[in-house]
Design a protein around this ligand. Structure first.
Ligand code: 48F
Length: 262
């Protein structure tokens, strides 16, 4: 069979269009494909929710790939090993340090991505979120543009998707909550009503607060991972990832509850 260039192009254009069209209206729209959002995406998709993840870069996985200072291993605590086992990611105990394990960061990043997609979440890579849809006092969706268009500063109007819940999983900059507070002048569910700002390194505290700070901060708008820590003034923790994974589990539970109570 002689291959047709036109068939190849048409197959991609039609299948991609179908995928995008079927995700113009979702249960959960996630911004950023870091470890916390990918964990939440996998769990929510497994529960039958319609989940789309929008990641600005070509490769989802966020801060996982780089390990610690490009030494491409990360550390996780014992209490997330069951989750790593569930998604088939290997781990090794650290000698003479009970409770600590190392994980190959490339295996963890790819495992989180693959398991989320296999569970039914759809990842749109190279798509950046530049604004939120804000209706009737609620964050109701996302405004999208191509990652490279945003990076080049091209003036191109965006497209929009609507969602019952939005998760800010953008990591340290908490981009979505930042822009929502700035543009919609919303008051967050924080002591000041605004973003408290991330604190410096304290691994132990940061790991705990990442999970505690995973919350709904405004109707329809949730935050996980380092984004939640920035909003609520938590410490950073560096290349240890148990808290990120547990934050994703908590985000999935909170969003499930929100979806099922409406
Ligand atoms: O920062 P990131 O990995 O998210 P996380 O789940 O995990 C944090 C850790 O990686 C690490 C840490 C752990 O110990 O401190 O930092 O909080 O991933 C965030 C993802 O969001 C994407 C970004 O490219 C990255 O992959 N992102 C950020 N802003 C946008 C975005 C945006 N506006 N639109 C789309 N994607």
């Amino acid at each position: 069979m002689a291959l047709s260039e036109n068939v190849i192009s048409r197959a991609i254009i039609e299948s991609y269009s179908a995928k995008l069209l079927s995700h113009l209206e979702v249960d959960v729209a996630m911004v950023g494909g870091g470890p916390s959002a990918l964990t939440a995406a996998r769990i929510l998709a497994k529960r039958g929710k319609k989940v789309a993840v929008f990641e600005r870069h070509l490769a989802p996985g966020g801060g996982v790939w780089g390990g610690g200072m490009l030494f491409n291993n990360v550390v996780v605590q014992d209490d997330v090993l069951d989750i790593l086992d569930e998604i088939g990611v290997g781990h090794k105990p650290v000698d003479n340090a009970p409770g600590y394990n190392t994980v190959d960061s490339v295996e963890l990043a790819s495992g989180l991505i693959f398991s989320a997609i296999k569970a039914g979440a759809v990842v749109f890579n190279s798509m950046a979120v530049e604004d939120v849809v804000f209706k009737d006092g609620r964050v109701s969706g996302l405004v999208l543009n191509w990652g490279p268009v945003q990076k080049l500063g091209m003036f191109v109007d965006p497209l929009m998707v609507t969602a019952k819940c939005v998760l800010d999983g953008t990591g340290h900059p908490c981009e979505v909550i930042n822009l929502a507070t700035r543009k919609a002048q919303i008051k967050l569910d924080t002591p000041t009503g605004g973003i408290l700002g991330e604190k410096p390194m304290w691994a132990d505290s940061g790991e705990v607060s990442t999970v505690e700070n995973t919350r709904e901060y405004f109707p329809g708008l949730f935050a996980s991972g380092m984004s939640a820590n920035n909003v609520m003034g938590g410490y950073r923790m560096g290349p240890i990832f148990g808290g990120m994974i547990k934050s994703g589990v908590k985000a999935a539970d909170l969003i499930t509850k929100a979806l099922e109570s409406n």
